[in-house]
Design a protein around this ligand. Structure first.
Ligand code: NDP
Ligand code: 2IT
Length: 417
C-alpha cells in the first residue's frame, strides 16, 4: 500500500505535512473483550472478541465480523486497514472497520451459535450504532449469525435500529442482492477487465476457491455469463469436474446442510475429490480466490500464469501473497485486487443502509443494477488513477491511490483529529 503511494505524496505535499500516513495507520479505536458462553452440555467456554474502528473520515465505521479460530488482533487490523480504502472506492459514505472472534462456528448447534452471538453483542452494542459503526458478515458470519446479533442488539437497546447491522434477512430490513453481492460484484469487476480486452466469460474455464458465501455467488454469476467453474474447495480439499460444478448441489450442501465439499462427489460421479489438494494446479482461464488470505503463493501464481490464466479476481481479502502479486503484475495479466474486486459486498451493505434510513425496500433487479454501476465505477476509478500515476493497467496501484486520496482529503478537512 505504502509503496503505491509514493507518487501521490510527491503530488500532494500537504498529505505529508498533515502526517496523513502516520495517522491513517493508527486505528481510531480498538476494543478487545471477553466472550463467555455455555455449550449444549453446560460446559463454559471463553473466546476473545475484537472490533477495530480504523477510520471514520468518510462515514460511520463499516466492515464485517469474522468468526474463525485463526482470528487475532493482527488479522482484524489488516482487514480493517484494507476496508478503509475499499469502502472509499465504493463512493458511498462509509468509514473502515473490522471485527470478530476466535470462536469456531464449525460443528456448533444453532443454540450454541445463538448463545455465543448474544454474549458477543452484550459487549459490542456499546460501541456500534447506525451513525457510529455498522458491522456485517465475513468468514463464519452469515445470515444466521447476523439475525442472532440483531435480535440481541434490539433487546439491549429497546430500539428497532435497522441500520446498525447489514446482511440482515429480507423479512426484517435486509437488502435484496446483499447475499449475492460480493460474488456477483467480483464477477462484474473481472467482466469489466475482460471487456477492456474485447473478451468475456463465454467458454472460459474458471477456478473458484472456497465454497462459502463469496464463492457460491461467484459460481452463480460466472455460469450466468457463460463461463464454466471446474473446481471449488473448502479447508479440507478440492473438487474438480471438467463438466462444470453444479450450483444447486453446492448451495444445498453448504448453505442448507453445512457439510463438507467432499460430499459433492457422492451425487456427481464425474467429479473427483482431491484431499488437501491445491486448486491452483488446475489449468484455467480465470481464477477467483474466494476463501481466505495468502492462499495464492508466488509458486501458485507462476503455475497459474504458466497454465494460461489471463485474469484473477480476488473475492477474498488479500488472498495473494506479495510474491504472487508481483508474478501477476510482471506477467501483465488482468489482476483485480480484493479492495477493488470484492467491494461489491460492502457497497451493497451501503445500499442496505440507504434503504434502512429511508424505510424503503428496493427490488432485486433495481439493486443489482446499482451494484453493477458501482463495480463499473470502481473499475474506472482504479484504471484512471493507475493511468494518471504512471502505472496503466495496474489495478493494485490504481485501487490504493484512488481509495487513499479521498480519505486523505476528508482527513485534512477535519483538521488534526
Ligand atoms: P464463508 O465463511 O462463507 O466461506 C469461507 C470459505 O473459505 C469456506 O469454504 C471455508 O472453508 C474457506 N476458508 C476459510 N478460511 C480458510 C482457511 N484458513 N483455509 C482454507 N479455507 C478457508 O466466508 P465468505 O465467503 O464470506 O468470505 C470468504 C472471503 O471473502 C474472506 O476472505 C472474506 O474476508 C472475503 N469477503 C467477504 C465478503 C462478504 O460479503 N461475505 C465481502 C468481501 C470479502 P471451510 O468451510 O472448510 O472453513
Ligand atoms: O470484507 C468485506 O468487505 C466484508 N466482509 C463486507 C463488509 C460489510 O460491511 O458488508
Amino acid at each position: 500500500m505504502l509503496e503505491s503511494l509514493g507518487p501521490v505524496l510527491v503530488k500532494y505535499p500537504e498529505f505529508t505535512e498533515a502526517k496523513i500516513i502516520e495517522r491513517i495507520c493508527e486505528p481510531e479505536r480498538q476494543l478487545i473483550f471477553r466472550v463467555p458462553w455455555q455449550d449444549d452440555r453446560g460446559v463454559v467456554h471463553i473466546n476473545r472478541g475484537f472490533r477495530v474502528q480504523f477510520n471514520s473520515a468518510l462515514g460511520p465505521y463499516k466492515g464485517g465480523l469474522r468468526f474463525h479460530p485463526s482470528v487475532y488482533l493482527g488479522i482484524i487490523k489488516f482487514l480493517g486497514f484494507e476496508q478503509i480504502f475499499k469502502n472509499s472506492l465504493t463512493g458511498l459514505p462509509i468509514g473502515g472497520a473490522k471485527g470478530g472472534s476466535d470462536f469456531d462456528p464449525k460443528g456448533k448447534s444453532d443454540s450454541e451459535v445463538m448463545r455465543f452471538c448474544q454474549s458477543f453483542m452484550l459487549e459490542l452494542w456499546r460501541i456500534i450504532g447506525e451513525h457510529t459503526d455498522v458491522p456485517a458478515g465475513d468468514i463464519g458470519v452469515g445470515g444466521r449469525e447476523i439475525g442472532f446479533l440483531f435480535g440481541q442488539y434490539k433487546r439491549l437497546t429497546n430500539k428497532f435500529e435497522a441500520g446498525v447491522l447489514t446482511g440482515k434477512g429480507l423479512v426484517y430490513g435486509g437488502s435484496q442482492v446483499r447475499t449475492e453481492a460480493t460474488g456477483y460484484g467480483c464477477t462484474y469487476f473481472v467482466n469489466e477487465m475482460l471487456a477492456s480486452k474485447k473478451n468475456g466469460f463465454k467458454g472460459k474455464k474458471v477456478l473458484v476457491s472456497g465454497s462459502g458465501n463469496v464463492a457460491i455467488y461467484t459460481l452463480e454469476k460466472v455460469h450466468q455469463l457463460g463461463g464454466k467453474v471446474v473446481a471449488m474447495s473448502d479447508s479440507n480439499g478440492v473438487i474438480h469436474d471438467e463438466k462444470g460444478i453444479n450450483l444447486e448441489t453446492i448451495k444445498q450442501l453448504k448453505e442448507v446442510e453445512r457439510r463438507r465439499i467432499k460430499e459433492y462427489c457422492d451425487s456427481h460421479k464425474s467429479a473427483r475429490y482431491i484431499p488437501n489438494g491445491n486448486i491452483w494446479d488446475i489449468p484455467c482461464d480465470v481464477a477467483f480466490p474466494s476463501a481466505t488470505e495468502n492462499e495464492i503463493t508466488g509458486k501458485d501464481a507462476k503455475k497459474l500464469v504458466k497454465n494460461g490464466c489471463i485474469a484473477v479476481g480476488e473475492g477474498a481479502n488479500m488472498p495473494t501473497t506479495p510474491e504472487g502479486v508481483h508474478v501477476f503484475i510482471q506477467a501483465g495479466i488482468l489482476y483485480g485486487p480484493g479492495k477493488a474486486a470484492n467491494a461489491g459486498g460492502v457497497a451493497t451493505s451501503g445500499l442496505e443502509m440507504q434503504q434502512n434510513a429511508s424505510r424503503e425496500a428496493w427490488g432485486f433487479e433495481e439493486t443489482d443494477i446499482k451494484l453493477q454501476q458501482i463495480m463499473r465505477n470502481v473499475y474506472v476509478l482504479c484504471s484512471e488513477a493507475a493511468e494518471e500515476f504512471g502505472a496503466p493497467g495496474n489495478f493494485v496501484v490504481g485501487a490504493n491511490i484512488a481509495g487513499f486520496i479521498k480519505v486523505a482529503r476528508a482527513m485534512i478537512a477535519h483538521g488534526i483529529v
